[in-house]
Write a protein that binds this ligand. Structure first.
Ligand SMILES: Cc1cc2nc3c(=O)[nH]c(=O)nc-3n(C[C@H](O)[C@H](O)[C@H](O)COP(=O)(O)O)c2cc1C
Length: 338
C-alpha cells in the first residue's frame, strides 16, 4: 500500500472518472479504496430495469468510467494496472485497479485529460469528419483489451441504421415500462443525474439526425443553427461474445474512442437504442458481418455552429467512493465493508 496514492489523489481520479458517459446519465458505479487497491463495483440501485434488464449498458457505462480513471491517472503519472472481474462468483466486482507512480505522460495524455471535462454527448447534426478519415489510433489505446472490434460504417449503411432506429422506436412506443423509465431519466433536471432538457434536441434537429434515440418531450434546445443535414460517420463497436467481461472491455474502448475524438475537436454521441432489441440489433449486425456482437454505435463528426452544451450533472464523489478503514489512505469517507 505504501506506493499507493493517498485518498485525496483517489478522490480526484474518481471525480474525473465520474465525468464518463453512462446510459441516461445513471452513473451506475461505486468505488472502494483499500489496501487491495481501488475496486470498481456496479451500483445496482442505478440499474435501468426496462431499458437494460441484462445490465449490459450498466457494465458498458462502468467500463467507460474505468477508462476515464486510467486516462486521468496517466496524466498525473500513475500507471493503472487493471484486473478485470477479479473475484470469481462476484459479478458486481468489475475491476481492481492498482496504481503505481511511475508513468511518464506525453503531451497526448494531457490532451486526453483535458478532453474528460470537454466531452459531452451531442445529439445535434454534425458536419463530416475532416478528410472523411477517422484516425486508426482512436480505438487502439486500451491496454489488455483485444476482443473489441471497431467498424466504420459506410454512408449507405446509415439508411439501414435509420430503419433500425425507427424499428426500435416503434417497438418501444407502447412499452409502458420503457416510456416511464425514459421519462424519469430524460428531459427534466435533477441535481445529480439524468439527461437535462438542455442536452436534448428539438424535433426539427432530431429529424435531421435520423439515427438518434427518440427522447420524450420536452425537447428544448441544442440547435445547429443551420439547415444542414447530418453528415456524421457512425462507428460500431462489437465484441467476440456477449458476456459481462466483453461489455466492460467494450465500455473502456468506447471511452478511449470518445476521448481521442474530443481531443481532436470532434463531436460525438454514443447510441444504444438500436442494440437493445433483437430485431434492430440483427439489422445492425447485418451491416458488419463477422465483426462481433453489436454493443454500441458512436456518431462522430465535426461540431456545427451552435451554442455549446452545458455539462450534464454528476453524483458527488462522496456518494460513489468509500475508503476502507484500516487502509493507509487518508481523508474521504471512512466506512465500509467490502
Ligand atoms: C452505455 C451508454 C448508452 C448510451 N445510449 C445513448 C443513446 O442511445 N442515445 C443518446 O443520445 N445517448 C446515449 N448515451 C449518452 C448518455 O445519455 C450520456 O453519456 C449521459 O447523458 C451523460 O451525458 P454526457 O455524455 O454529455 O456527459 C449513452 C451512453 C452510454 C455510456
Amino acid at each position: 500500500m505504501n506506493d499507493q496514492p493517498d485518498s485525496a489523489v483517489v478522490e480526484m481520479l474518481v471525480e474525473l472518472a465520474g465525468r464518463a458517459p453512462s446510459v441516461h446519465n445513471s452513473q451506475p458505479w461505486r468505488w472502494v479504496y483499500s489496501e487491495h487497491g481501488l475496486d470498481l463495483f456496479t451500483d445496482r440501485s442505478r440499474l435501468l430495469g426496462a431499458i437494460d434488464p441484462t445490465e449490459r449498458q450498466l457494465v458498458l457505462s462502468c467500463g467507460a468510467a474505468l477508462d476515464h480513471l486510467c486516462t486521468a491517472a496517466a496524466a498525473f503519472r500513475w500507471t493503472a494496472d487493471v484486473e478485470s472481474m477479479p473475484t470469481p462468483g462476484a459479478p458486481d466486482h468489475l475491476a481492481r485497479v492498482r496504481l503505481t507512480h511511475d508513468a511518464h505522460p506525453r503531451s497526448h495524455e494531457f490532451d486526453l485529460l483535458a478532453a474528460i471535462n470537454r466531452r459531452h454527448s451531442d445529439r445535434r447534426a454534425f458536419g463530416p469528419v475532416p478528410n472523411n478519415r477517422i484516425p486508426a489510433r482512436y480505438p487502439r489505446r486500451v491496454d489488455g483489451v483485444h476482443d473489441v472490434r471497431t467498424t466504420f460504417l459506410s454512408a449507405e449503411a446509415k439508411e439501414t441504421l435509420a430503419t433500425a432506429s425507427r424499428l426500435s422506436a416503434n417497438v418501444r412506443k407502447y412499452d409502458a415500462s420503457y416510456q416511464a423509465e425514459i421519462r424519469w431519466w430524460a428531459g427534466h433536471s435533477f441535481r445529480s443525474g439524468g439527461i437535462p432538457p438542455e442536452a436534448l434536441t428539438d424535433r426539427t434537429e432530431s429529424s435531421r439526425v435520423r439515427v438518434g434515440r427518440e427522447f420524450p418531450e420536452p425537447h428544448r434546445i441544442g440547435r445547429t443553427g443551420t439547415a444542414a443535414t447530418d453528415e456524421s460517420t457512425v462507428v460500431l463497436l462489437g465484441t467476440a461474445s456477449d458476456e459481462r467481461v466483453n461489455w466492460l472491455q467494450c465500455g473502456r474502448v468506447m471511452s478511449a474512442f470518445l476521448l481521442a475524438a474530443t481531443a481532436d475537436g470532434l463531436a460525438t454521441c454514443p447510441l444504444t437504442h438500436m442494440t437493445e432489441q433483437a430485431g434492430s440489433r440483427a439489422l445492425v449486425e447485418s451491416l458488419a458481418p463477422g465483426r462481433g456482437v453489436p454493443q454500441v454505435l458512436i456518431r462522430i463528426g465535426a461540431p456545427m455552429v451552435g451554442s455549446p452544451l452545458a455539462p450534464t450533472p454528476r453524483r458527488a464523489v462522496s456518494s460513489v467512493l468509500s475508503v476502507a478503514t484500516g487502509s493507509t489512505a487518508r481523508g474521504t469517507r471512512k466506512t465500509l465493508p467490502l
